[in-house]
Design a protein around this ligand. Structure first.
Ligand SMILES: Nc1nc2c(ncn2[C@@H]2O[C@H](COP(=O)(O)OP(=O)(O)OP(=O)(O)O)[C@@H](O)[C@H]2O)c(=O)[nH]1
Ligand SMILES: [Mg+2]
Length: 417
């Protein structure tokens, strides 16, 4: 694939998905499988997907890094199955694998938890974790074809300990697999239907102007995911969507018989767009819309206000979901730190993490500033928000932070009114 920086694996995968007219991973229901080594997790994924997705072997610890398999599941729609390393893995490497399994748990919308024996302390501890993070869990007893009574004794013991009757399943048991699929449909979180991106900001018949600078950061020959998703939603809503680059904004507005209902801009163009905005037109940014779509906008707004009271002695963490090689004038790695230092002082301490790296201990930070997170699913972003809340660290996102730094936070319209 040309025009992309080397190492942009996630971006490349995303493009591949889009070019296949597929649903991006961030918008799929994430179904994770968890259990001990050799519990039969990988075999179950293969059986449920009907494909040889994950490596199976009798050697405990076969699965090391999480394996993601996107597919359409009848009755649910686009999902991604996550196979994980056994949570009882040991040693230095084992510990690293368990950390990845824990991370997979944070992006899991529905968990399949496999019980494989009478010693179930670890399974029960994981059940507790899922219940605490309000993740629906389906309890399973796996490899039941090998158990003398088809697993009924173990089923009774698990029911007694967990307060819920587990399903009996084995990789070759079609009716058992169908029961798992039915349970997945039943466990579908009520709020899983993705909230709207533009919310109440525009309705059918409204003209919406999108300001999309195609500068050095814009990937060659394509649009970035938030722009694509927003455009699609506007078309579905029956809005008229008009796009221009920042330098064409004044001319575009001058050609219109009446002002647009809404302007959605790239946050980096806020400064140029705001003075040109017609009085009656609402203004927002892709990143602000994604603050609500993927995160917790109320918490992010408080974080943006906290930002205005920080000084040069503050310690800020910037979290960028994309793992691309830093581009010239990259927003998270270059522009935002520069803007922050200009506003708060040159000595400001800024750490930057990318991809799924996110420190467990955030207490040293005065603020976390997250990207729009179009690459992540909502559950995972909310788990980061929860982590910040538990450690009493304020959090905001790029769009709200930039609006706050430019002094136009109160001029920006939010999708929930
Ligand atoms: N008889 C029978 N064997 C199974 C079943 N599921 C898995 N196995 C066998 O159990 C062994 C472990 O299966 P895996 O699917 O690799 O187990 P896993 O939980 O993914 O293991 P790790 O990746 O090591 O954590 C393999 O030899 C499988 O063939 C089942 O339902 N019935
Ligand atoms: Mg495995």
């Amino acid at each position: 694939m040309t025009g992309l920086p080397a190492g942009a694996d996630e971006v490349r995968r995303e493009i591949l998905q889009l070019s296949l007219n597929d649903t991006t991973r961030g918008n799929r229901l994430h179904i994770g499988l968890f259990g001990r080594r050799n519990a039969g997790k990988s075999s179950l994924i293969n059986a449920l997907t009907g494909q040889s997705v994950a490596t199976v072997s009798e050697v405990p610890g076969t699965t090391t890094d999480p394996v993601y398999k996107a597919m359409e599941l009848h009755g649910i729609g686009p999902v991604v199955f996550i196979d994980t390393a056994g949570f009882d893995d040991e040693g230095t490497l084992g510990k690293l694998r368990v950390e990845k399994t824990e991370r997979a748990a944070r992006e899991t919308d529905i968990a399949l938890l496999l019980f494989s024996g009478l010693d179930m302390a670890e399974e029960l501890a994981w059940l507790e974790v899922f219940r605490r993070q309000k993740t629906p869990v389906i309890l399973l007893i796996s490899r039941t074809d090998e158990l003398p009574d088809g697993g009924r004794d173990l089923q009774a013991a698990v029911e007694q300990a967990a307060g819920e009757k587990p399903l009996l399943v084995s990789a070759g048991d079609r009716p058992g697999l169908d029961r798992v699929r039915q349970e997945l449909i039943r466990a579908l979180p009520e709020d899983f239907e993705q909230p709207s991106i533009t919310g109440e900001l525009c309705q059918a018949g409204d003209l919406v102007l999108l300001v999309m600078p195609q500068d050095i950061q814009a990937p060659k020959g394509r649009l970035i995911l938030p722009q694509v998703q927003t455009l699609r939603e506007l078309l579905d809503k029956g809005c008229q969507a008009l796009c221009c680059t920042t330098d064409r904004l004044a001319d575009t507005l001058a050609r219109l018989k009446e002002p647009p209902q809404l302007i959605i801009t790239d946050s980096q163009a806020f400064k140029a767009v705001y003075p040109l905005k017609p009085a009656r037109t609402k203004l927002t940014s892709f990143s602000v819309l994604f603050a609500a779509f993927k995160g917790d906008i109320a918490y992010f707004l408080t974080g943006a206000e906290v930002l205005l009271h920080l000084t040069a002695s503050a310690h800020i963490l910037i979290a960028e979901a994309c793992t691309h090689k830093p581009l010239q004038e990259d927003i998270g790695r270059v522009k935002l730190p520069r803007l922050l230092r200009k506003q708060l002082g040159a000595d400001l301490s800024v750490d930057i993490v990318s991809g799924k790296d996110f420190p467990a201990d955030l207490t040293g930070y005065d603020l976390v500033i997250h990207c729009g997170a179009c690459m992540f699913n909502r559950k995972y972003v909310l788990s980061r928000v929860q982590q910040c809340q538990e450690q009493q660290v304020p959090m905001t996102n790029y769009g709200l932070a930039i609006a706050a730094l430019l002094g136009i936070l109160d001029k920006v319209s939010l999708p929930n009114g």
